[in-house]
Design a protein around this ligand. Structure first.
Ligand SMILES: Nc1ncnc2c1ncn2[C@@H]1O[C@H](COP(=O)(O)OP(=O)(O)OP(=O)(O)O)[C@@H](O)[C@H]1O
Ligand SMILES: [Mg+2]
Length: 148
């Protein structure tokens, strides 16, 4: 069976500095994978490489069998892969509904209240009219995910 996401021998550089040395990863539909490592080990760089933000210099990334490591970040984004940064980066002037308005229905519904998606662990009591920043830390993170 073709993996949903497959990373094979991935290397990435910042200029001359090599940050990733042949990373392998396989993710099936419905599976959650945690990347654990010391500060500076390359976790964020791996996410940046998968999402097309960091320069991939070797190996490949496949989404449902399609090589995406040669695509730019916008083309990877429209295929459904996005990175939610550690900082939530929500604007206080935007409500929960505005932030999550363009998100796919399951994520949006989860963010704006009371609905638990079977394919995710989203669960929120966030009210849609509230500013995104007027929520608990975890609820803000859910809204940030829905807005990506
Ligand atoms: N923009 C950059 N330019 C040059 N080197 C970078 C850049 N970003 C990260 N690095 C270097 O690449 C390596 C991997 O960094 P990365 O940010 O991927 O680590 P990390 O595992 O996410 O760390 P942390 O747990 O601290 O977030 C580190 O040695 C880091 O100093
Ligand atoms: Mg990091």
């Amino acid at each position: 069976m073709t993996a949903l996401l497959e990373v094979v021998g991935l290397t990435a550089h910042y200029g001359d500095f090599q940050a990733l040395f042949g990373v392998d990863l396989s993710l099936e539909a419905g599976e959650t994978v945690a990347i654990i490592g010391a500060n500076g080990a390359g976790k964020s760089t791996l996410m940046r490489a998968i999402t097309g933000v960091a320069r991939v210099t070797g190996g490949c990334v496949r989404l449902c069998g399609e090589a995406i490591d040669t695509l730019g970040a916008p083309d990877i984004l429209v295929r459904g892969i996005a990175m939610v940064p550690e900082g939530r980066c929500l604007f206080p002037s935007l409500t929960v509904e505005k932030i999550s308005g363009s998100a796919p229905m399951p994520a949006r519904a989860a963010a704006i209240g009371g609905w638990s998606a079977s394919t995710t662990s989203f669960r929120s009591c966030a009210r849609p009219e509230r500013p995104g920043t007027a929520l608990s830390g975890g609820q803000q993170q859910m809204v940030a995910i829905a807005g990506r």
